[in-house]
Design a protein around this ligand. Structure first.
Ligand code: G3I
Length: 406
């Protein structure tokens, strides 16, 4: 009986500590470690050295145990992660700036801002010096009915950028997707649609005048084979919709950088060639165009080797360039090998921007797997971001730091 009551007493003292558990890839032991020493369900605490133990998925215990095992460094910037974890203590926006870039940033979305664990990391402007609203400045969000503008969602992101002293990228004025049906299904004359584009871009850009570093004025104008997307804009106005939108944006905010933003232009091919030719044409016609956004939605192991050269090729036309929507997805489940390859892929992508003076910054298309768009679009794929769904930094984080020269 006495023995039993002692056990209960001991249990009561220990309970607060026993209950806390590390998430997958979180630290769970090592000399000097005072945090949880057990892992959440489905994971085991793997010892790598006297200094470092880490929660890994139960099924991966054997393969991970042969990985290198450095202790996490408290002052370094970056060392080799043992498996699924980052060891870098560097702050990415600080690193980007030390490399001469304007920012390292991230997309974010309004629905994410009530997640306090998320905002605790997002709000650190040594980590993120720039944000892009993933949805709330798009046409369907800002002009759902003709002439009726709603800026509440966009304003929330703009205000966040302001209060955190972060740059803001505006995304976007004209895109074939996320259009309200009054635009996409309307049958307009060329004059009518010209006026609709001018009114939309002008009102949107004017509303955020002075707050936006750069606008994606035109988003994704080309098909992958290099032909123009046959959306309502092209079908009604031909290629002229691009200059209509750019001119309206310039008039609305002469100080904002005006971009065309596109994907699958990160390697030589028909689509990149079409966009390059468009840049040349617009420049020869003195249409206001300041930048080209390389979205960089990549796949692990398939980052184009020509990325740096493509950034330079576009920059040679007198525009700045930026990596605007970076993520690198994999087929799930993630494995230590895939995470290490992803680290290399992030490193190479960042290094490409680092090496090109005209590449002003890098934006990840959200920093955590918790809010990545990828699984909703590519079934069975994900884990594309530098932080996992529990906000633990992945090896990819270290890859970014190394890519910025750290
Ligand atoms: O707002 C509705 C909500 O009312 C509804 O309940 C819910 C049900 O699914 O859907 C919500 O809309 C979703 C919206 O995101 C806001 O969360 C849409 O279904 C969903 O399709 C939409 O996805 C966005 C996607 O663009 C649309 O194409 C992603 O969040 C956004 O990250 C993504 O971003 C694009 C860039 O703008 C351009 N480049 C590619 C990139 C990735 O697709």
């Amino acid at each position: 009986m006495l023995k039993l009551s002692i056990s209960f007493a001991a249990l009561a003292v220990l309970l607060p500590f026993v209950q806390a558990q590390s998430p997958v890839w979180g630290q769970c032991g090592g000399i000097g470690w005072t945090g949880p020493t057990t892992c959440t369900t489905g994971n085991v605490c793997q010892e790598y050295s006297a200094y470092y133990s880490q929660c890994i998925p139960s099924g991966q215990a054997t393969s991970v145990s042969s990985a290198p095992s450095p202790p996490p460094s408290s002052h370094s910037s970056t060392s080799t992660a043992p498996s699924g974890a980052s060891t870098s203590s560097a702050k990415l926006n600080q690193l980007a700036k030390s490399k001469g870039k304007l920012y390292f940033g991230t997309a974010t979305d309004n629905s994410e801002l009530s997640d306090t664990g998320y905002t605790a990391i997002l709000d650190d402007n040594t980590m993120f010096g720039q944000i892009t609203p993933a949805n709330s400045m798009k046409w369907d969000a800002t002009e759902p009915e003709q002439g009726q503008f709603t800026f509440s969602g966009g304003d929330q992101i703009a205000n966040l950028a302001k209060s955190n002293s972060m740059l803001l990228r505006g995304h976007n004025c004209v895109w074939y997707n996320q259009l309200p049906s009054w635009v996409s299904s309307g049958s307009f004359t060329a004059a009518q649609l010209t006026s609709i584009i001018q009114n939309h871009c002008s009102t949107l850009v004017t509303h955020y005048k002075g707050q936006v570093y750069a606008w994606d004025v035109v988003n994704e104008p080309f098909n992958d084979d290099g032909t123009w997307r046959t959306d309502v804009f092209y079908n009604t106005l031909g290629t002229s919709y691009v200059s209509i939108a750019l001119n309206a944006a310039r008039q609305a905010d002469p100080n904002a950088k005006l971009y065309i933003n596109e994907y699958n232009i990160e390697y030589v091919g028909a689509k990149a060639t079409s966009l390059l030719n468009l840049v040349k044409t617009l420049k020869s016609q003195s249409v206001p165009l300041d930048g080209i956004g390389f979205q960089c939605h990549f796949i692990v192991g398939q980052v184009p080797t020509g990325l740096q050269s493509q950034l330079s090729t576009f920059a040679a036309q007198g525009v700045e360039v930026a990596i605007t929507e970076l993520d690198i997805r994999m087929t799930l489940p993630s494995t230590p090998a895939l995470l290490q390859q992803q680290k290399t892929d992030y490193q190479n992508t960042i290094a490409a921007c680092s090496a090109v003076e005209a590449c002003v910054g890098v934006t990840v298309w959200d920093w955590t797997d918790k809010y990545s768009w990828v699984p909703n679009t590519f079934s069975g794929q994900g884990a594309a971001c530098p932080w996992d769904q529990n906000f633990a930094k992945k090896p990819a984080y270290d890859g970014i730091a190394i890519g910025f020269g750290n």
